[in-house]
Design a protein around this ligand. Structure first.
Ligand code: XUL
Ligand code: CO
Length: 437
């Protein structure tokens, strides 16, 4: 096949001093950090939807993307050819994983049966390319939000036939993900929410959603899919309120419906900020519940209130994410999946390389800085001191669950009024971080 990127070599690691725009300055796949290679820590993944399907349109204008390999049709042939292009890109970039929605990789047919057949035809090519390149599938998912049938939602649709259709689509997407050796499967509730509560039976919709996820778990067990299931929180867009609002909301939903053992979370930076949180916060919430499964790496824009899905370039954020990951033992099945798109103004194929190289370097730096913070030890010492009253005496007994309110009252009555024993040292911590950045 003709190369789609004939002038672009495999992206090398050239080191921090390099000025080569087509080289990594920090992502050195085999470099060891805290006992593991960068490649093992970071587990980068390229998304099919933005990188190979997004025309770069916006609500005010049509697509601007120049993609010379596209023949302009929605045919299976074009889809198969696109797979070869995608894998040439991923291979040259040196990303070990990719991720897709069913409808990104193959065209939707005029019937569900035809859509299934289209998917099978393209999956054959994906399988060949995975074997040729050793690029693996991080996760698969089903697009349950683009087609007009899902206008009122899929697993929360008021229409039971739409619900059944969605289930059939997820069943097939799961089978295909399994066939391709996917390491996970994502549930993002694209339209699982509401536009107005005046027409919505929320309790009933949430029950339907829980049943849907239980059926997915049952089917996963039945076909022996060993990968992880993830819920991806997002507070709004496309609906004004999405049920999977943020990490805490998802965890509560999973707990309430007895699904917690079967799901982890796939956190996305721009979704965190849309929810009014930082990604640091979302990562901590998930990690505290042992539910930090995978990450959709991107970022928003401070001045725009919507999901801009930009490539991650903020070193503070990548450092915070990597700090939580290092602390919690790192990814198992998950990875750093660039759910990000180049700007509408960045329409050349080359921009896809620049964007991914930048994102990978931003996370490689984040990893190195996070490891440096941990090795330096000053911040963990501050945290240790801050909680030292819990390491012995009364604090230790409380943590051990050995005493109750009566003993605490007796103790407090016998003590002088307690003083806050240490400063929070926020500014000092920020100085240390900037020193290590
Ligand atoms: C949408 C989004 C999705 C999911 C997969 O905001 O993040 O692309 O990651 O459906
Ligand atoms: Co996402």
């Amino acid at each position: 096949m003709k190369s789609a990127f004939p002038t672009i070599p495999r992206i090398p690691y050239d080191g921090p001093q390099s000025k080569n725009p087509l080289a990594f300055k920090h992502y050195n796949p085999e470099e060891i950090v805290e006992g593991k290679t960068m490649k093992e820590h970071l587990r980068f993944s390229v998304v099919y939807w933005h990188t190979f399907r997004n025309p770069l349109s916006d609500p005010f204008g049509t697509g601007t993307a120049i993609r010379p390999w596209e023949d302009g049709s929605d045919s299976v042939e074009n889809a198969k050819n696109r797979v070869r292009v995608a894998f040439e890109f991923i291979e040259k970039l040196g990303a070990p994983f990719y991720a897709f929605h069913d409808r990104d990789i193959a065209p939707e047919g005029t019937t569900l049966a035809e859509s299934h057949r289209n998917l099978d035809a393209v999956v054959e090519v994906l399988k060949e390319e995975q074997q040729r390149t050793e690029v693996k599938l991080l996760w698969g998912t089903a697009c349950l939000f683009a087609h007009p049938r899902f206008v009122h939602g899929a697993a929360t649709s008021p229409n039971a036939d739409v619900y059944a259709y969605a289930a059939a689509q997820v069943k097939k997407a799961l089978e295909v993900t399994h066939e391709l050796g996917g390491q996970g499967y994502v549930f993002w509730g694209g339209r699982e929410g509401y536009s107005t509560l005046w027409n919505t039976d929320m309790k009933r919709e949430l029950k339907h959603l829980a049943r849907f996820l239980h059926m997915a778990v049952e089917y996963k067990t039945k076909i022996g899919f060993p990968g992880a299931f993830y819920i991806e929180p997002k507070p709004k867009e496309p609906t004004k309120h999405q049920y999977d609002f943020d990490a805490a909301t998802c965890l509560n939903f999973l707990r309430e419906h007895d699904l917690l053992n079967h799901f982890k979370l796939n956190l996305e930076t721009n979704h965190a900020t849309l929810a009014g949180h930082t990604m640091f916060h979302e990562c901590e919430v998930a990690a505290a519940a042992d539910a930090l499964g995978s990450i959709d790496a991107n970022m928003g824009d401070e001045l725009l209130g919507w999901d801009t899905d930009q490539f991650p370039s903020n070193i503070y954020t990548t450092t915070q994410v990597m700090l939580v990951l290092l602390k919690s033992g790192g990814f198992r099945t998950g990875g750093l999946n660039f759910d990000a798109k180049v700007r509408r103004e960045s329409f050349e194929p080359m921009d896809l390389f620049y964007a991914h190289i930048g994102g990978m370097d931003a996370f490689a730096r984040g990893l190195k800085i996070a490891a440096a913070i941990r090795a330096d030890g000053r911040i963990s010492e501050i945290i240790k001191n801050r909680y030292s009253s819990w390491d012995s005496g009364m604090g230790e007994k409380i943590e051990a669950g050995q005493i109750g309110f009566e003993e605490l009252e007796k103790y407090a009555l016998a003590q002088p009024d307690p003083l806050p024993h240490t400063s929070g040292r926020q500014e000092l911590i920020e100085n240390i971080i900037n020193e290590l950045l």
